[in-house]
Each structure stands twice: as C-alpha cells, then as structure tokens.
Design a protein around this ligand. Structure first.
Ligand SMILES: N[C@@H](CCC(=O)N[C@@H](CS)C(=O)NCC(=O)O)C(=O)O
Length: 223
C-alpha cells in the first residue's frame, strides 16, 4: 500500500485512505479542502486489490475506500466521515440552517450515495464485465447513472443557485461534483438533457477545493 508524506503533512494526525478515481474518496477530499484541513494521503490501489489487504480491512472491514483516521478515531463510509468532520471541525458548514434546504441536501446526497454509486461501484462493474461483457458494463452504468441524474435534475432545478441549493457550497455539492465528473469523464453521459446539473458541473471547476480534489490531481493518479 503506497503512502505519501507530502510537504507540511507529516505532523498532521488526519489520514485519508483514498483512491484517485474513487468518487466516494473525492467527496471527502473536497470537504477536507473546504474546511482547510491538511491530511496525509494514503493511497489504496483498487486495481491491485489493496482494499482487501488484511491490514486495510482492519481499518475498514467492508474493504472500500474512503476511510479517515483522526488520532484514535477511525471512520469509514464517506457519509459518516463527512458528518464526523462537520461535528469535529465546524468551520465552513456543510449543511445550511434552513430546514428545507437541509432536506434537499440530504436527498441529493442520498440519491448519489444510495441510488447511483453502489450500482456502478467498481466491484459491480467488474462482475458484470466478467459474467456478461464490457459493453454491458458500460450500458449498465449509463442506465443507473441516467436514472439517478434524471431524479437529481428534477429535484434541484427549482432549488439551485450558483450551486446545488443556493449560492453556497453544501453537502449536495460534495456528492454531486464527483458523480457528475465520473458520469461525464468515465461513462460518457450526454448532459444535454440535464441543464441544471451541466451548469453545476462547470461551476465546480471554479472552486479551488474541488479542483485540488479532482482525481487527476491526486498523488496516486497515473501520470
Ligand atoms: N458507502 C460507501 C461506499 C464506498 C465505495 O463503494 N467505495 C468504492 C470506491 S468509490 C470502493 O472502494 N470500491 C472498491 C471495490 O469495488 O472493490 C461510501 O460512501 O464510502
């Protein structure tokens, strides 16, 4: 398992177990950046099966990234990690005060994390590819992403401002940005039918915390 000790992070207690292309890790990287938290990047190579390494399973018995270590606290699952970070490090709140806006944030985050991503997780796509074939893998991913983002477009078209639920970045954006990035760059989804989401996708690139969290900007990304 590769480990990176970048400049200025060696004394920091936060460690993020991540894979460059993992959309779930991407969510947490954005939150850490928004909250101004430095962290040590611990690369887990999903292509080499390092998620099933016995040492990593001690950190996350499910065998998925991301996982966060903060001193004695170990948290896995991006949603749980984001809620932990929100409570421990309240700077740059991830949830709005307004209760309706909050509920939209919860809905959007859950559509991504429960309805889309688990169905296009790498282990699922690998299984489909092995059992049926690589064409079916892509059409399956496009089908589940298309269904989910159709619902997201409906949900957000009347609530979005510059970002998903107004002019500030909140939880919904942390789930949307990685999912939209994967939809467009990995799964060739045509965004013409999703004008609100296409606009949000463009807006995210303007934010340094998002850009620094992009898959291609991670230390374990292929050069
Ligand atoms: N609900 C979990 C899902 C984590 C997850 O599915 N992670 C993917 C990468 S985005 C993974 O580690 N996949 C490894 C595999 O499929 O073997 C979360 O939000 O953290």
């Amino acid at each position: 398992m590769a480990t990176r000790n970048g400049e200025g992070v060696s004394d920091n207690k936060l460690k993020l177990y991540s894979y460059w292309r993992s959309s779930c890790s991407f969510r947490v990287r954005i939150a850490l950046n928004l909250k101004g938290l430095k962290y040590e990047y611990k690369a887990v190579n999903l292509l080499k099966g390092e998620q099933d390494d016995p040492e990593f399973l001690k950190i996350n018995p499910v065998g998925f990234v991301p996982a966060l270590v903060d001193g004695d606290v170990v948290v896995s699952d991006s949603y749980a990690i984001l809620m932990y970070l929100e409570e421990k490090y309240p700077q740059h709140p991830l949830l709005p005060q307004d209760i309706q806006k909050r509920s939209i944030n919860y809905q959007a985050a859950n559509i991504v994390s429960s309805t889309i991503q688990p169905l296009q997780n790498s282990c699922v796509l690998k299984y489909i590819e092995g059992k049926i074939g690589s064409n079916e893998k892509l059409s399956w991913a496009q089908k589940v992403i298309g269904k989910g983002i159709t619902a997201l477009e409906q949900l957000l078209k009347n609530h979005a401002g510059r970002y998903a639920t107004g002019d500030e970045i909140f939880l919904a954006d942390l789930f949307l940005a990685p999912q939209l990035h994967a939809a467009i760059t990995r799964f060739s989804i045509d965004m013409a039918e999703f004008p609100t989401l296409a606009r949000l996708h463009e807006a995210y690139y303007e934010i340094p915390a998002f850009r620094d969290a992009l898959p291609e900007n991670q230390p374990d990304a292929p050069s």
